[in-house]
Design a protein around this ligand. Structure first.
Ligand code: HEM
Length: 497
């Protein structure tokens, strides 16, 4: 790009608005880093990422080596799953938002990065998450979902609350019986039940062909699609075998075909009003149903099973002091409003801030990708870089939302970080939804349409939790790069429900 202007996006309104401002006085740097020798460079980076350095060190090492938050690198999986694994990595909060500007980057087939799972996993359709906003189907599907979620606005809190109550009772039973209670399986069941009931006229998934196996079937189907990005953490000796099976070849759809048929039948027969609405939006019931399976099973269920364990982990790390403050705020708001209503939830400033802080410090979806639609210049805190049309841009979100030039003490979980006028100004740097915290999802952008729901449910969870309990202890682990939480104690509130 030859003109001395830099683009930055302000996605406040319906469509992405582009403001052109004169270039600040920053040096123009060549993007450091190299892709290495074709094929072998990609394999080397993949080994560094999974087996030699590990994810965090992979990025930190390069950032320090090049003294830059922007550099060239290959992202997994590489050969033979991705045709081209070369990306330009962005690791700071200033350059990252270029990925939200759909007038500058193309988001076609980049949802999972440099490869796309076979469309057999989605009934032969390229579902909404893989569509660029310039494709007409994106607008129809996203408007359909946004309109459906708006129509369910009043039902969301009571529906989630009714499911939560059963989960707390189950947690307490397990703690009484075994002295410990694993949160994961209970959260899986709760999340699927909530999502299914939301989209399927209040029907419980266990009353359908899914029976009680829905959560494990969905987990398997998601794992098959994301396998190229994961490692099982096996002993080093087995790494070459794992690397071949997970990262070099695609796991075949036929191994989950039977489960997918059951998802389809369950949603097709139960999601009557969603499918009716889809027809009124000009879509076939079939296409809408495959999209619904992905939205409910991958986007929503897949997101909730990551974000709730992480929320509990961070709230646990705040200790009894944070728990006491949350309980105090929540109980006062509920007393004033006469229940866990939307009004009461809106009064809980600390609770809201805690939710944002958990989403900031550990964004549930750490990667975002977009392909430059044109030559462009991006800007970090201390330099500018030219990116050529067609190059793949990759944002590693955990570094962007822990940028020390934006957040004080970025590695520390500070529950009250977003409280008050000053705290709220930082919401624009919370990026978990594939958009800024102050922006809204629309049919023109790629921001998560579940944004408001996702920011609401953890607040309802914390409200119900701290009405019932004063404090708690957990044991934290990891399984397949995901957080696992085991409750060791739950101290009941004196006048718990
Ligand atoms: C904790 C839960 C969730 C997380 C972490 C999450 C995260 C995300 C992210 C990061 C994206 C953008 C992906 C990209 O283009 O790079 C996205 C897109 C999307 N999400 Fe969510 N999401 C969650 C829940 C939900 C829910 C509850 C729904 C629907 C009810 C939903 C539906 C979608 C859809 C349809 C897209 C594609 C948007 C588009 O193509 O414009 N998500 N989500």
């Amino acid at each position: 790009m030859s003109s001395p202007y830099v683009y930055s996006s302000h996605l406040k309104n319906e469509s992405a608005q582009l403001f052109v401002s004169p270039l600040p006085d920053l040096p123009l740097r060549e993007i450091p880093g190299s892709y290495g020798v074709p094929f072998f460079g990609a394999i080397k980076d993949r080994w560094d990422y999974f087996y030699v350095q590990g994810e965090d060190q992979f990025f930190r090492y390069r950032m320090e080596k090049y003294n830059s938050t922007v550099f060239r690198v290959n992202m997994p999986p590489g050969p033979w799953i991705s045709h081209d694994s070369r990306v330009i990595a962005l690791l700071d909060g200033k350059s990252f938002p270029i990925l939200f500007d759909t007038s500058k980057v193309e988001k076609r087939d980049v949802f999972t990065g440099t490869y796309m799972p076979s469309t057999s996993f989605t009934g032969g359709y390229r579902v909404c998450s893989y569509l660029d906003p310039s494709e007409p189907a994106h607008g129809s599907l996203k408007s359909l979902l946004l309109s459906f979620l708006t129509s369910k606005h009043e039902e969301i809190v009571p529906l989630y609350q009714s499911n939560l109550k059963g989960m707390f009772e189950e947690l307490e039973d397990q703690l009484r019986g075994k002295g410990r209670a694993e949160f994961g399986p209970l959260n899986d069941a709760l999340s699927l039940e909530f999502v299914f009931r939301l989209f399927c006229e209040g029907k419980n998934p266990s009353e359908t062909k899914l029976e009680s196996k829905g959560p494990s079937m969905f987990r398997k189907w998601i794992t098959f699609q994301l396998a190229p990005l994961n490692t099982l953490g096996l002993p080093k000796l087995l790494a070459p075998i794992e690397d071949f099976i997970l990262h070099s070849i695609r796991l075949p759809f036929f191994l989950v075909k039977g489960d997918y048929k059951k998802f389809y039948d369950a949603f097709y027969s139960s999601a009557t009003s969603f499918l009716d609405k889809a027809e009124s939006f000009g879509m076939s019931r079939e296409e809408a149903c495959h999209n619904l399976i992905f939205m409910a099973g991958f986007n929503a269920f897949g997101g909730f099973i990551k974000c709730f364990p992480s929320l509990i982990k961070w709230v646990a790390s705040g200790g009894e002091t944070l728990h006491r403050e949350l309980a105090k705020e929540i109980r006062a708001a509920v007393k004033c409003e006469g229940g866990v209503t939307l009004n009461a939830i809106n009064k809980m400033a600390l609770t809201k801030s805690v939710v944002y802080e958990a989403l900031r410090i550990e964004p549930p979806v750490p990667y975002q990708y977009g392909r430059a639609k044109d030559d462009l210049v991006i800007q970090t805190h201390d330099a500018m870089f030219k990116i050529k049309k067609g190059e793949m841009i990759f944002g590693y979100q955990p570094y962007a939302t822990k940028d020390s030039k934006i957040f004080n003490d970025p590695e520390k979980f500070i529950g009250s970080r977003f409280v008050g006028e000053k705290g709220e100004t930082l919401l624009k740097y919370v990026l978990w939804s594939n958009g800024r915290g102050i922006d809204e999802p629309t049919m023109h952008n790629k921001q998560c349409p579940g944004k408001n729901l996702v920011e609401l449910l953890p607040r309802v969870f914390l409200a119900e939790f701290f009405l019932r309990y004063d404090t708690f202890l957990v044991e934290i682990g990891t399984l397949l790069s995901n957080t696992t939480v085991t409750f060791l104690s739950l101290k009941k509130a004196k006048r718990s429900p």
